[in-house]
Each structure stands twice: as structure tokens, then as C-alpha cells.
Design a binder for this molecule. Structure first.
Ligand code: SF4
Length: 504
């Protein structure tokens, strides 16, 4: 779909309008200056007459000549600067553009004009500002065109988060820690995480763990010196249980020795996503160090699907390892499912749900397949046949009603670009078993320090809320060459962040 905009001279409109167009069309090109043979022409007008911004759009379908018109205006308090004014104009233009596109296509976007990935942050912000729930919902609907159904989901999630973490808005002086271990038994076709097949890489694993121990020690020292508490720790990757039981044991020992007051950390999670990495010895190690939350990820209970996506383990193995972990006393197990895997439709997904019912993990994360740029699946898209938008929506709805019937509640959600059906990923849990780390990372209420390969740190200024991102190298070789430098850089950022806020 080729779309030409008239009336928008400013290039800063291009990206937001492209993102909105992507919600409706997989392949599209937008331009505000020149475009040969456009399919649609959108004439836009906007005006700021203090205190009101008004916009008007007329979309013309070039082939049929049919026109669709829309308008939108909103009153604003005075603006501090031009940047702020432009942001509001951009939102108003996006608003009217979504309206005419919805009329033209007949497709209603459940998240309206939102293209950002964390919708619940908007609702949290309004609550913190003291806006009543009813008024906040009205604003979300009017300002962003979000449907009632999604607003209700947002409210449910925000309520659950505040029940699970009542001091969520006061945790900005604490931090959480993410530890990335970049190895897996094999690489899955949809994966873009830093994950390297572990076989034949023993040397690289050894050097990597040396760097990671160093990072943990140095960061732990800084946290102790500055009296900063840790809220949660999350071992991800990769698959952190790909390393040996002895290596895991030494790593957790390091955590207890280096990090401050580990016994007071609210939650420690270790992803054991690939069932083929789980052994009784490794589960013993987890128990020895009081690690209370693990993740065992089936993704699907259809064997052909697992084969097609390069997960070299069997469905039986997932089930067996789940029972093994349960029998050994693991009482907070998360499982991840993916909607829309190649070759899967509603029937296959329903089967996966029925198998999940036999296990009843404490939490269940339902992802929608996303075509991330760097994955094998995206590079060879034609080889993978996936469900269409309508079927994906049906599967998502089934997940929502199945979880409800089985006592799960939604407790976090995030959206991604290029996600099938423009839907969302939702984390469900049995009440009281929500992952605190997931809430912290989604709502961006506190700093998350990333250690290890590919680990992304997100530094959040405790006073202003400003976010600074910083990522460790993704491949083990660069990590091994530079971990000292990266540790020092993070400590510098932390010194600035916490030093300023504490008036040091
Ligand atoms: S198990 Fe997870 S991290 Fe490892 S390759 Fe598969 S998707 Fe990637």
C-alpha cells in the first residue's frame, strides 16, 4: 500500500504515520512529499489556536475515488516549548489518520492509535497523577481510541500489579538485576535473543562465566557501598540451565556472597525454558539456593511444530520435566506458550491449552508470534506458513477465556512491532503468583541492571523518571574482551543517577 500525504511539510510526521500504517498493512510506504502511483492520498490540515489543536483529514482511495473524512480537536493547557506543542499536534494528526483508516478498511484497532509497547504505563501515570479510574478510562478512549475491552484489560492488570506490589510507586530507590546467560542447546527459528548453541563451546562458556562472576562481584560491591536494596533477580538468556549443575552452583554462591541481603530479595527467577536442559542435579542446585521461581517453556504441545521451529526436544520431555520439578518441590513454575506458530491454527492451540490444564503451572505467558528482523523465521518467511489475522484473534480470545475459566488473572502485557494481528503478549498467573520482576520491567518503575551477555540495563532516574538504556555486548567473544569496561560504565551511570538524587 502506497500512501501520499498532502499538507504535512514536516518530516517528523513520517515515522508516527508509518507506524500507524503498519497496524493496517503489512507492506506499506508513506511519504509526505513525492510518491509515484499512490494507492491512497491523505490531505491533512492542522491548526493550533491557543488553547485548541484542530485537525482534519480526507483520505481518497485513488482507484475508486471514494473519500473518507474525519476531524478531531482538543484543548490543551499552555505548552512549555515547541517540542511539546509538536508532540500534541503529531498525536492529533495520528488520531484523525487512524479514524479515516478505520473507516476505509473497516478494521477497528483495539489499541487505537497506540503504537508503543507498554500501554499500562499510561494508566499507571494517570493513577499517580490522581485521576479517577472512570475519568482515566474516558481519556484513554477519547485521546487514543483504545477500545473498552482493552481499557478493561489495562485496569485489571494495573489492579493486580498494585495488589502484588503495593509499594510499586515507591521502589525507585531499589534496583532489580537481570543476568543474561547466552547459551542454549540449539537455536530456535523465531529467536533473536543472544543464544548460542552450547555444544562444543566449553571454552567460551568458561571465559564467559569468569566475566559474569566479575560483574556480579563489582556490582554487588557498589550496591552494598551505596546501601541500595535489590527487589528481584532474574536469570535469563539464552537458557541459564544450559550450563552444568556445578557452574550453576558456583554462580548462585557468587550471588549470595556478592549481592546485598539476598535473603530479603523478593523474588529470584531462573529460566529453565528448554526442558532438555533440566536435570535432577540442576533442580537440586536451585533448591539449595532457595530459587523459588523457574520457567519451563512448552511453546506448543504439537511435536511437529517443535520440530519446525528448531526446538530439539519432545512434548513428553516438557511434561516429564515439569513433573520432575514439581516433585522436587518447585512450587512456582511459569510456562510460555506462543500463538500462531507455523502450521498451527485454532485446533492446535486449543490442544495446547488442554494439555496445559493437566499441569496448571502457577503462571502462563501467552505470546503472539512476532516476526523479528534478525530471526531465521523472518529471513525465510516463505518457508513458514502462519495463521491469518482473524484466526490469531480467535486464538487470543480463547487464551483469554481459557485462563479466566481456569482461575488465572492477567498481570502484565506488552506489545511488539510486527506482531501477528497487532495483538499483545499477556502474562497470566494464579492470584498471588505474579512475577514481580515482570511487573518491574514492564512498568519501568525502577532501574534494572543487566549483567552478562546481551543484558540490557535500563537506568531510571529515581527523581525525574528519565530512562537511559545501556546494553552489554551480545556475543560471548566481545563480552569476554570488554566486560571490565562495561561494568565500569554502568557504575558511572549509577553513580550519577543515585548520587544526584541522594544529594551526595
Ligand atoms: S530456548 Fe529461548 S533463548 Fe534459546 S534459542 Fe530458543 S527461544 Fe532463543
Amino acid at each position: 500500500m502506497r500512501i501520499l500525504f498532502n499538507g504535512l511539510g514536516d518530516d517528523r510526521f513520517n515515522r508516527p504515520l508509518q507506524l500507524i500504517t503498519n497496524l493496517f498493512y503489512e507492506d506499506s510506504e508513506v511519504s509526505n512529499s513525492q510518491l509515484e502511483n499512490p494507492d491512497l492520498i491523505v490531505d491533512v490540515q492542522y491548526e493550533y489556536s491557543n488553547p485548541v489543536i484542530s485537525t482534519y483529514a480526507k483520505l481518497t482511495d485513488v482507484k475508486s475515488g471514494i473519500e473518507y473524512e474525519g476531524s478531531y480537536s482538543k484543548e490543551f493547557p499552555p505548552f512549555d516549548n515547541d517540542k511539546e506543542l509538536f508532540k500534541k499536534i503529531k498525536n492529533a494528526v495520528s488520531h484523525v489518520y487512524v479514524t479515516v483508516l478505520q473507516d476505509f478498511t473497516g478494521v477497528i484497532q483495539p489499541w487505537g492509535m497506540l503504537t508503543g509497547i507498554r500501554p499500562t504505563k499510561l494508566l499507571h501515570k494517570k493513577i499517580r497523577e490522581g485521576v479517577s479510574p472512570g475519568f482515566a478510562h474516558k481519556q484513554l478512549k477519547e485521546d487514543y481510541l483504545i477500545t473498552d475491552e482493552k481499557i478493561e484489560l489495562m485496569q485489571q492488570i494495573v489492579d493486580r500489579q498494585l495488589t502484588m506490589v503495593p509499594d510499586l510507586y515507591q521502589l525507585q530507590e531499589e534496583v532489580s538485576i537481570y543476568i543474561g546467560i547466552p547459551f542454549c542447546p540449539t537455536k530456535c527459528a523465531y529467536c533473536t535473543f543472544p543464544a548460542y548453541a552450547i555444544n562444543g563451546r566449553q571454552g567460551s562458556v568458561h571465559s564467559f562465566l569468569g566475566g559474569l562472576h566479575y560483574e556480579m562481584r563489582e556490582m554487588g560491591r557498589w550496591l552494598k557501598e551505596n546501601n541500595i536494596k535489590i527487589t528481584t533477580v532474574y536469570f535469563g538468556g539464552g537458557t541459564p540451565t544450559s550450563i552444568s549443575a556445578e557452574e550453576m552452583d558456583m554462580l548462585y554462591e557468587e550471588m549470595y556472597q556478592s549481592f546485598p541481603a539476598v535473603e530479603n530479595i523478593r523474588e529470584i527467577t531462573v529460566e529453565a525454558g528448554r526442558p532438555d536442559t533440566i536435570t535432577p542435579e540442576k533442580l537440586e542446585v536451585l533448591k539449595k539456593w532457595n530459587i523459588d521461581r523457574i520457567s519451563i517453556n512448552p511453546q506448543s504441545y504439537i511435536q511437529e511444530t517443535l520440530k519446525a521451529i528448531g526446538r530439539h526436544h519432545t512434548v513428553e520431555e516438557t511434561i516429564d520435566k515439569f513433573h520432575l520439578a514439581r516433585n522436587m518441590g518447585m512450587n512456582n513454575i511459569n510456562m510460555d506458550l506462543i500463538i500462531g506458530l507455523p502450521g498451527e491454527g485454532i485446533e492446535e492451540f486449543n490442544y495446547t491449552l488442554s494439555e496445559t490444564k493437566k499441569l496448571m503451572p502457577e503462571s502462563l505467558t501467552v505470546h503472539t508470534l512476532s516476526f523479528k528482523r534478525a530471526s531465521e523465521m523472518t529471513r525465510n518467511k516463505k518457508r513458514y506458513k502462519v495463521a491469518g489475522r482473524e484466526e490469531v484473534i480467535d486464538m487470543m480470545n480463547n487464551a483469554s477465556s481459557w485462563t479466566k475459566e481456569n482461575g488465572y488473572v492477567p498481570y502484565y502485557l506488552y506489545r511488539m512491532k510486527n506482531i501477528l494481528g497487532n495483538l499483545e503478549n499477556v502474562g497470566y498467573s494464579l492470584p498471588g503468583q505474579e512475577s514481580i520482576y515482570n511487573i518491574m520491567i514492564m512498568e519501568e518503575m525502577q532501574t534494572i541492571i543487566g549483567l552478562g551477555c546481551g543484558a540490557a540495563s535500563k537506568f531510571i532516574d529515581p527523581v525525574t523518571g528519565k530512562i537511559t538504556q545501556f546494553a552489554n555486548p551480545k556475543d560471548p567473544k566481545s563480552y569476554n574482551d570488554h566486560f571490565v569496561e562495561y561494568t565500569n560504565k554502568k557504575i558511572d551511570i549509577l553513580n550519577n543517577l543515585f548520587g544526584v538524587s541522594k544529594g551526595v
